[in-house]
Design a binder for this molecule. Sequence first.
Ligand code: G3H
Ligand code: 13P
Ligand code: ZN
Length: 345
Amino acid sequence: MPLVSMRQLLDEAAKGGYGVGAFNVNDMEQIQAIMGAAVETKSPVIIQASRGARSFAQDRYLFHLILAASELHPEIPIAMHQDHGNSFETCKSAIELGFTSVMMDGSLKEDGKTPASFEENVEVTRRVVEYAHPRGVTVEGEIGVLGGVEDGHGAGGSGLDHVTDPDQAVEFAERTGVDALAIAIGTSHGAYKFTRPPTGDILAIQRVKEIHARIPNTHLVMHGSSSVPQEWLQIINNYGGDMGQTYGVPVEEIVEGIKNGVRKVNIDTDLRMASTGAIRKHLVENTSNFDPRKYYKAAEDAMKEICKARYEAFGAAGMASKIKATSLEKMAGKYAKHELDPKVK
Ligand code: G3H
Ligand code: 13P
Ligand code: ZN
C-alpha cells in the first residue's frame, strides 16, 4: 500500500472508535520497532518526524526509510507526518519531500518557544491548509499550549497552564479548515510531566468531550502522551543512568481520551526511554560486546513491546485490513468538493 493521508487514517479511526498511535522517529531501529509491532498487531500507524529528526537524518534518509517500511509491509496503512512544523516553509518542504501529512504548530512563534497570538496562528495555519489540501495532504493545527520543553521546542511550564478554550477551537477549525487539532488538556512534552503518581483526573477529559461535540469531524490530537514507564526509568538508573523520579500519562487516561474523541496519540519519550534503558542494560551485561547490532536489536525489541501494548490499548489492533488506500489525488478532489470541511455545531 502506498503511504496514505493522515486524514484517511483518522476518519477510519473515528468510524471505528479507536485511536491511532503517532510515533516519533529519527532512525531505522525506531521505524523497524514501530512497524514490527504494527505488523504483529495489524494496526495502522502514523510515523512522524520533528524538525530535529529531519535534520538529524538529513531528510532523505528518513523519507526513504519510511518509504521502505511501506514497501516491506504493504498491508499496513502508514501516514508520514511532519511533527511540530514551526513555519509555512517547514511544512512546504515536508510536502515537497513526500510527507502525506503536516502539523503547523502555530500556537508558538517560529522560534518554537514564544506563545503566538490566536490571529497569527489562524493566519499561518490557513496558509498551510491552502497549500496542502490541493495536494491531498492532511494538516494538523494546535491551539492552547502544551507544557514542557523538548529539544528547545515548547513554552515550558505545567501542562494545565493553557488548556484549550472550546470556543477558540471551534473558531480555529472554521477559519483554517484543519483536519486535525492538537488541544492542550494537561499533558506536556518530555519525561518530566508529573512529580507525583497521577490520579484519576489529571487530564481535562471534559474539555476533549466538549470540543469533540462541537467539531466532530476535526480529529483531536493528544500530544505529550508518553506514560514514562517506571520499569524503564528504573532500568536506566540501575545501569548507570541518572533520571529524576517522574511520572507520565497513564495509558488508561489516554483510553478515556479516545472514548471522548481523541484520534491521534503522540508518543516519543516512551520509546526514547525504552531504547536508552535497553542499550544501557545490554552494555553493562555484555561488557565484551562491541557489535552495535546487538544493542540496537535490544533497543528495537524494547521499543516494539511498547508499541504493541499501545496499539492494543488504543483499539487500533486488527484495523489495518479494513483500510483501503485513498490516493492523495482523490483526497485533493474531496477537499475541492468541500466533502471534508469541518462540521461545526
Ligand atoms: O514534540 C516533540 C517530540 O518529542 C520531538 O522531539 O524535537 O527532540 O525530535 P525532538
Ligand atoms: P512525549 O514527550 O510525551 O512522548 O510526547 C511526544 C509528542 O507529543 C510529539 O509531538
Ligand atoms: Zn508534540
